[in-house]
Design a protein around this ligand. Structure first.
Ligand code: NAD
Length: 505
């Protein structure tokens, strides 16, 4: 089973050194080189090249879609009893757990996140997601509405077909699992395109899914994985006429492309999980201001701030602003930024040099606009691992709502502190954004919790906590944070069509 969170740094380095990263597409149950083009996957941990990976162009995407099309139109998968499909998903969960250490090490190497998070959070979520949808597969019921006595109406939920899934690099396997597991449970076939920054863990997952399918006697093609960049491989999938559903997680800017690809091709269903600029409101009656500050710091620096739901705008009542901000800064300065492979590390490397440059650009712009830098703002010098991309946790106060640092998604460990004097002002500030993914609220008053939660235009509102939840609850955004919902039974709606059969008796 390999090391766990109790294992030593040396153990994890040994696992990481022993991982053989997969480098070829998975199409129709086989590994394929494609036309021969390759690209390098570079580790943000130390700038080294982890692997050379087959680079998908239109032709490779076409072959992957053809394999999925066959699996859906002619293969056994959509025609299996739902309980049988469920059993395969449970087996995938087991295989993920068997390979948990290896996959966790690979994610920390390709993405830069701490091993405690890859192993403890991401891999647990991936196995848990396959298990949850495996158990759900045969619990979905159709409807027979009460109609005229002379007729029998059936409303049946049918698999939507071939799903293209395109995901980012920040939670490379969790976000893939949130799409693949409900799609497979519903009876769809999938082509997954991971981010070009983190294709290795996805290719490994493809191998495990094929193993589970083979054991169940299901021919390959139910899940295909093609590595490649967005403007080529992603675009080809988005425009493909044989893809029925495109499930995307990524930036709002790229989400717009997928709507265009759909409009320019076959009007495939497009589901979007996009960016955010989430507010975290601290009212003076919060039950525990220290907990509010500690959670605000944890939330923005978790996963290096590379979180769609990052509480990047701390909106704090002016009467407690100084106390809360000072406590957040203390936490920021105490955070252990270090080697992603060290189990004691709390914040790892940003996902590469381009990300580091982009985040530093936001920091420079905030300073120029007049925000006050309270801590951080620069890379760690020396870097915990030479060649890696490590940034100090950064906090700005005296931020005003018009500044770019308060409006644009930074996707890095950068917190903006804004103040308010009334609850109405806090709600207006919170909603003053094009995004609507998540929000936090700290209050000890039950009525305030309900009324403010109702007033917030966000898909998730956390009260007296942040980033809590489990698979039972839906996740997704209002406004330009997207449409549709991942997780929970609602995710099945993305991957199914409703059919009405009206029988005249
Ligand atoms: P991104 O939008 O740049 O890339 C996401 C995916 O789209 C990648 O696979 C990429 O290859 C592909 N892509 C890029 N350009 C493309 C193009 N022109 N045509 C087709 N495909 C293209 O996002 P990212 O940098 O990988 O991830 C960060 C973003 O993801 C942030 O905005 C973050 O908020 C968002 N995100 C959202 C959620 C959510 O559930 N709402 C979760 C995680 C991340």
């Amino acid at each position: 089973m390999g090391p766990t969170l109790d294992s030593s740094y040396e153990d994890w380095v040994r696992v990481a050194e022993g991982v053989v990263p997969p480098g070829r597409h998975r199409v129709g149950g086989r590994e394929e080189d494609g036309a021969g083009a390759v690209f390098a996957v570079v580790s943000p941990r130390d700038g080294s090249t982890l692997a050379s990976v087959a680079d998908a162009g239109e032709k490779e995407v076409d072959l992957a879609v053809a394999a999925a099309r066959w699996a859906f139109d002619s293969g056994p998968w959509p025609r299996l009893a739902p309980a049988e499909r469920g059993r395969v998903l449970l087996r995938i969960a087991d295989l993920v757990e068997e390979h948990r250490s290896e996959i966790a090490a690979l994610i920390s190497l390709e993405n830069g996140k701490p091993i405690a998070e890859s192993y403890g959070i991401e891999l647990r979520a991936v196995a848990g997601t396959f298990r949850w949808y495996g158990q759900l597969a045969d619990k979905v019921c159709d409807e027979a509405p009460h109609t005229d006595p002379g007729a029998l109406a059936l409303v049946t939920r049918e698999p939507a077909g071939v799903v293209g899934a395109v995901v980012p690099w920040n939670f490379p396997l969790t976000l893939a699992a949130w799409k693949i597991a409900p799609a497979l449970a519903a009876g769809c076939a999938v082509v997954l395109k991971p981010s070009e920054l983190t294709p290795l863990s996805a290719l490994l997952l493809g191998r495990l899914v094929d193993e589970a399918m083979e054991e169940a006697g299901v021919p390959g093609g139910v899940l295909n994985v093609v590595a490649g960049d967005g403007p080529t491989a992603g675009r080809a999938l988005g425009l493909h006429p044989d893809v029925d559903v495109l499930a995307f997680t990524g930036s709002t800017a790229v989400g717009r492309h997928y709507l265009r690809y759909s409009a320019d091709s076959n009007l495939k269903r497009v589901w979007l999980e996009l960016g955010g600029k989430s507010p975290n409101i601290v009212l003076p009656d919060a039950p525990d201001l220290d907990a509010a500050a500690a959670t605000a710091a944890w939330g923005i620096f978790f996963n290096q701030g590379e979180m769609c739901t990052a509480p990047s705008r701390l909106l704090v009542h002016s009467s407690v602003a100084e106390r809360v901000t000072d406590a957040v800064i203390q936490r920021a300065e105490a955070l252990r930024v270090g080697d992603p492979l060290d189990p004691a590390t709390e914040m790892g490397a940003l996902a590469g040099a381009a990300r580091l440059d982009a985040v530093r650009g936001h920091i420079d712009a905030a300073r120029a606009a007049g925000a006050r830098l309270r801590t951080g703002g620069a890379p760690l010098d020396p870097a915990p691992v030479p060649g890696g991309t490590y940034l100090r946790p950064t906090v700005f106060d005296r931020v005003t709502p018009d500044m770019a640092v308060a409006r644009e998604e930074i996707f890095g460990p950068v917190l903006s502190v804004l103040t308010f004097d009334t609850v109405e002002e806090a709600v207006a500030l919170a909603n003053d954004t094009e995004y609507g993914l998540a929000a936090g609220l700290w209050t000890g008053d039950l009525s305030t919790a309900h009324t403010v939660s109702r007033a917030l235009r966000a898909g998730t509102v956390w009260v007296n906590c942040y980033e809590e939840g489990d698979l039972t609850v839906p996740f997704g955004g209002y406004k330009q944070s997207g449409n549709g919902r991942d997780k929970s039974a609602h995710a099945l709606e993305k991957y199914t069509e409703l059919k009405t059969t009206w029988i005249q008796l």
